[in-house]
Write a protein of this length. Sequence first.
Length: 499
Amino acid sequence: MRTIIKNVNIVDGSKDCQIVKGNILIKEDKIELIDYKNEVSIVADEVIDASDLYASPGFIDVHSHSDLTIIAHPEAESAISQGVTTIISGNCGFSVAPLKNTLSNLLTEAKSYGIDKINWNSVKEYLDYLENIPISVNYAYLVGHGQIRAEVIGYNNQKLNGKLKDFIYELEKALDEGSIGLSLGLIYIPSKFADTEELIQLAKVVKSKNKIVTNHMRSESEKLLEAIDESISISRYSGVNFEISHLKAAGRGKGKAYEACQKIIKAIQEGINIAADQYPYNASNTGLSQVLHPSYLEGSIEEIIEKITKDPYKVAQDIEKYPHTPWDKILISEAYNPRLTKYLGMSIKEISKDFNLPEALTVIELMKIEGYDLGAIYFLMDQEEVDFIASQDFVMVASDSAVRNINSLSYPHPRTFGTFTRYINYYVKQTKKVPLSTAIYKMTSLPATKFNIQKRGLLKKDYFADIVIFDLEKLKDNSRYDCPKSLSDGIKYVFVNGK
């Protein structure tokens, strides 16, 4: 099968590339030819006249949480519809393998997506399982630090000590079985109980395999700068290729974005292999449990719920004593229990009125009904700082979301359906803060190079034919906080491996 894309404006994915009209010939799953001079006579099975359109490499989403949703929604409509052809899951220390001691914990979430049985234990078995599902995107996987730690010593606050060898065994096995690196989630249980020395030792193992470490840092707010320093130290003393996940200055960290970026730039100038990714929104999305006082955040989520429901009034008092996002700025985005479906998209303040409870007690009641954590959207960043981070050379684009289809039962963050088209629409077209070639570079060859994804990220002969054809004039993200499951305008064709 040969397809030719004719008369298209080619943005090849390289940094500061010139945008030139030309023809792209696809043969089977590869790019056979790029003809800029229109001198080659080509016979093809399919001809696409792309006059006035643009072609770029398929976008690479380096920070996804699609570990289970890719099974529930293999069409990956939310990704494909905005031009994403490759996703990397297993982020923030969470992964769905290796599995042995923690299988029951994962089943609760899996069943919410209609997955009644876990058919794998190891990373290899998980990736083999996906091979038998017709997923519509390329898929790469990180193994989660928190997942291995839970398997080795559980969810409690303790050092690895003599269990370090067990951890390294599981880590090496996962890396050898196909994981492209190790993800850290230092704000979450149990990764938060690891000290810097533990992380350096594990990063050295990852370095020995020539793979990457990604990091949801220990703080993105009040202690943002200290967390940046820790990230730099891990990379400096291990030599590992390092990525800071969803870089932001949130909550009490507002005003620190410039200094945070300067620290990273200085480290890069010193030869440290460090970069970052970011979603172009001023609200985050994580578990509702993050509003709890830290003293309750130990053990599995089921154990946490058991603790907070024993004396909810005391827990509520502790919640209110601890700094948190205002209650009208926290929206529920995901709940598995059908009793809570009507609250999707509503703020804690609004739900508390329906419950006839104070907001802190409402949080406890929601978690009690759910029997698990709930997804929540937190409005806690300044747009100016989001824009500043987005314009940095070392920052690539990522959704920090999970693939969904339009008809999926959830109320996701708008980044799920809009991250990549929003970046172009907002930064290239509206504010003109970023040139189109730079925006495409941040979504394609920069992440492909950083994550060692071979033969993707560029429009180049013999590279895999992951290609997005779009109408720049009409390109627009339509996903909003009040209507998040909306497809983007302007994406005309998406090829994944030539199809």
